[in-house]
Design a protein around this ligand. Sequence first.
Ligand code: CTP
Length: 394
Amino acid sequence: MLKGKTVVLGITGSIAAYKMAGVAHTLKKMGADVHVIMTKNALNFINPITFETLTSNKCLVDTFDRNFEFNVEHVSLAKKADIFMVAPASANVIGKIASGICDDMLTTTLFAFKGIKIIAPAMNTNMYDNPILQDNLKKLKGYGYEIIEPASGLLACDDIGRGKLPDEEILVNRILYHIAFPHDLEGKNILITAGPTQEAIDPVRFITNHSTGKMGYAIANNAYLRGANVYLVSGPVNVKAIDGINIIPVKSAEDMFKAVEANYKNMDYIIMSAAVADYTPESVAAQKIKKSDDDMKIALSRTKDILGFVGANKTTQKLVGFSMETENMLENSQKKLLKKNADMICANSLSSKGTGFGVDTNQITFITKDKIEVSDLISKSELAKIILDKVKEL
Ligand code: CTP
């Protein structure tokens, strides 16, 4: 995802510095050229060799180290970098940056850097609440720096409050947001349904399906990284969405219907990947006592057809539905496209290996009125990008 991109991580003297080993490692695995600059105080908390081993680049500390190649190191790195993140950023370094003081490798390189600058403060709560620090952060925001709010919780100093460096994933996602993809969906509103739904049979049990939400979440994450405003109507799942995605949690098909009904009008694109459990509590009860054909009919009575509802009521929105078929995939999906008034159906066959519920890969047949295209069997995150490329063309 970050092939050909250069990321500079500036690390200052805070116990949270250890978390940056994970960040550097993840970014490197994503293909980035990662350079780490540490302040002298940071050396008290983590060894530069850790970063050198993880990034395969020399970790820079002192501006006047004679072992560097003969070029003006801080300027050349500043020119090459796509993004510069200072994390954890101490009150001291924030103060220096806000005042234009350049007295070490980190502050000098950052001062010479013209690209995207992110600061993630981490410190004791009282230091964080100090109005001088808050003024400095305001000043930096005014200069176009992005500030990542610290998390709250138990701090290393045993105080409880704001000041924790956020989880590695949050830091990595901010970098991905800025440089992983062009923001070709900026300003677009996208509604996505994902995961399973649950229908309560009685106060203890419910009926559901095997959906894990992985495909829908992959689409939501990709849309977010491409600048879209993402609304994710999600059944109960164990997958995580990127911070910044608006999650609307639901349980039953009725909840999902209401959430979609309340939000679909203002959307540019609506993508329904949820596997709605097509039973009502009544139909489940009827199934248990199925005595006659009439009872069977009741047993098959469905929950509200959410895709069909949006298809019948949409105006300018483009509508995409998923279809899970065990047989006659193409024929059934083509029928679904027309019946539901969708603009595209993403069909996956439940009978092929590596596709469908739970797995990390998928293969999709894209069906529009005049085209049928089959994707390769690839990861759900790669597929999410292709799906959104196609959605853009509708
Ligand atoms: N879907 C929906 N509401 C339902 C059931 C399904 O919106 N009550 C959506 C799913 O999110 C998916 C699409 O409809 O995008 C197709 O789902 P699938 O279960 O394959 O089809 P059904 O709509 O149940 O198809 P059929 O009418 O053939 O039963």
